[in-house]
Design a protein. Structure first.
Length: 178
């Protein structure tokens, strides 16, 4: 009888250990990346715009899991290098499928005063809830007073498009205060 009494706590401890191990393992599966990543199927942005213009970056994307969460946008300015990433939240109605445009106000901050022919490169990708990301799309841009933003090609040229968000990056003229 004494062994049975002493054996019960050991049996309970072993059972609790196994139960905790199984629950922890099952719980981790929910936080590990799984499912499918977002896919950007079409993209377009004019390669030149005038200083101070609103640049439209057109994107069409989908995610079969319906869990797209944010656009990750990184500007690289020729001669200055890459800047910190800007994040734009994906609206709930666009988490599975979207077709629209992001905006960037090139005159924000000191943007109106940057040098003629300033060259930028914008890299954009979409991240989902689990951390999976789409392929990156790269958009070169030149700021020039003589430039004109071109119209978008198909599939962005027909019907109303949703404004997906705004990129809050501010250009600085060389020598300008931070």
């Amino acid at each position: 009888m004494r062994r049975l009494v002493n054996g019960i706590p050991m049996l309970i401890l072993v059972s609790l250990f196994l139960l905790m191990t199984c629950c922890t393992t099952l719980g981790d599966k929910g936080t590990q990346p799984g499912g499918s990543p977002p896919v950007i199927t079409n993209s377009f942005a004019s390669k030149e715009i005038p200083h101070g213009d609103i640049w439209k970056i057109y994107l069409e994307a989908h995610d079969s899991d319906g869990d797209m969460r944010q656009f990750v946008c990184v500007f690289n300015r020729l001669g200055y290098g890459a800047h910190s990433a800007e994040y734009v939240i994906v609206k709930k109605q666009h988490r599975e499928k979207m077709k629209g445009y992001l905006t960037f106000l090139s005159g924000a901050g000191g943007g109106r005063y940057v040098a003629e022919w300033t060259r930028l490169v914008l890299t954009v990708y979409v991240r989902d809830r689990t951390g999976l990301t789409s392929d990156k799309v790269v958009f070169p841009l030149v700021l020039s007073q003589s430039a004109k933003q071109g119209p978008p090609p198909p599939p962005f040229d027909a019907g109303e498009l949703d404004r997906l968000g705004a990129i809050a990056y501010e250009l600085k003229a060389p020598g300008a205060a931070p």
